[in-house]
Design a protein around this ligand. Structure first.
Ligand SMILES: C[S@@+](CC[C@H](N)C(=O)[O-])C[C@H]1O[C@@H](n2cnc3c(N)ncnc32)[C@H](O)[C@@H]1O
Length: 304
């Protein structure tokens, strides 16, 4: 699927050529997966502001944590696990509102962070966040799709994706792209979802298919922990670690999401229909976790 960008917008002086041409919006064609995901995430995005600190992740929880502490703990954990340092060039795919990239820039000071997202209002909000933080040159954001990365081979030392991969069409196509744009020895870091076991019983199938359809997840992305590991390994990675973290993410996040204060914010920001839809998806995910089926995984692998 070849997509044309709208005429180029503003770009910062001194940026590499491939960033200069990638500043503009891509009008996703009707009927494409990208268009459906962009529509899904655009609702209320302009009003999201600093709700949840701009994070959309489930968090990595410790006892007594607030949502913001859990969200930042997840991001910091991944950055440290990947060994981010001053020499790093990081690509963050499915960067959302960019809050995680500002945090990573401040904590680890990498040479460059490029955030990419399929949802245009997310890209705009992320650019605004970088401007306010005074980090517009070090942290750049662009519109694009995870499965058609426009960067030259070996451009990055790290590729990160926090809770984006499950949507990508497909997970495996993204892994191949991530492998291509990483230099040899580069590190892949993911926070994602996988199944502990294949859905065999009728109820299991119902929960998996409701979560998949409501959340814009391609059927090919319904992986078990085992098939997940195999996909990463056959996409050009070695030292593949897939760590189960469901117990530290899903139940605490669901509890926080269903608290009165957060529900009221979602109603105001996303409207009644979308807020109810979001809650239903969270409920199905929580039920699937309680049934011992859904897991949340942290993944680290090294480009061969
Ligand atoms: C659950 S949100 C997580 C956002 C952010 N990583 C965070 O944790 O706050 C998933 C993000 O992935 C983005 N996304 C989904 N499909 C994508 C694709 N094909 N290419 C790039 N981004 C995509 C969505 O627009 C959304 O911003």
């Amino acid at each position: 699927m070849e997509q044309q960008r709208a005429p180029a917008g503003e770009s910062a002086a001194g940026a590499p050529w491939y960033l200069e041409v990638m500043d503009a919006r891509i009008p996703w064609q009707s009927g494409t997966h990208e268009r459906r995901v962009e529509n899904f995430y655009s609702r209320g995005a302009e009003d999201f502001g600093d709700c949840h600190g701009g994070y959309l992740n489930f968090g990595l929880w410790e006892s007594g944590f607030s949502y913001l502490q859990a969200a930042e703990n997840l991001v910091t954990h991944l950055g440290a696990w990947g060994g981010l340092s001053h020499d790093s060039r990081l690509l963050d795919v499915g960067c959302g509102f960019g809050a995680q990239d500002i945090l990573l820039a401040r904590k680890f000071g990498p040479a460059q962070i490029t955030g990419l997202d399929v949802t245009w209002p997310h890209v705009r909000a992320a650019r605004h966040r970088a401007r306010v933080a005074g980090l517009s040159l070090e942290v750049r954001f662009q519109h694009g799709s995870a499965t058609e990365l426009e960067f030259p081979d070996g451009s990055f030392t790290h590729v990160l994706s926090i809770e984006g991969v499950v949507h990508f069409n497909t997970r495996e196509r993204f892994l191949q792209q991530a492998s291509r744009v990483l230099r040899p020895g580069g590190v892949l870091l993911l926070a994602d979802y996988a199944l502990k076991r294949k859905p065999v019983r009728r109820m299991d199938k119902l929960f998996v298919s409701a979560t998949q359809k409501g959340w814009q997840i391609p059927a090919e992305n319904v992986d078990t922990l085992g098939s997940y590991r195999e996909k990463v390994a056959r996409s050009g990675f070695t030292q593949v670690e897939v760590v189960s973290a469901g117990d530290r993410t899903i139940p605490q996040y669901f509890e926080e999401q269903t608290g009165g204060a957060h529900l009221a914010s979602m109603l105001r920001i996303r409207g009644a229909l979308a807020a109810a839809g979001g809650l239903a998806i969270d409920w199905f995910a929580w039920q699937a976790w309680k049934r011992g089926q859904l897991d949340y995984v942290l993944v680290r692998a090294v480009k061969r």
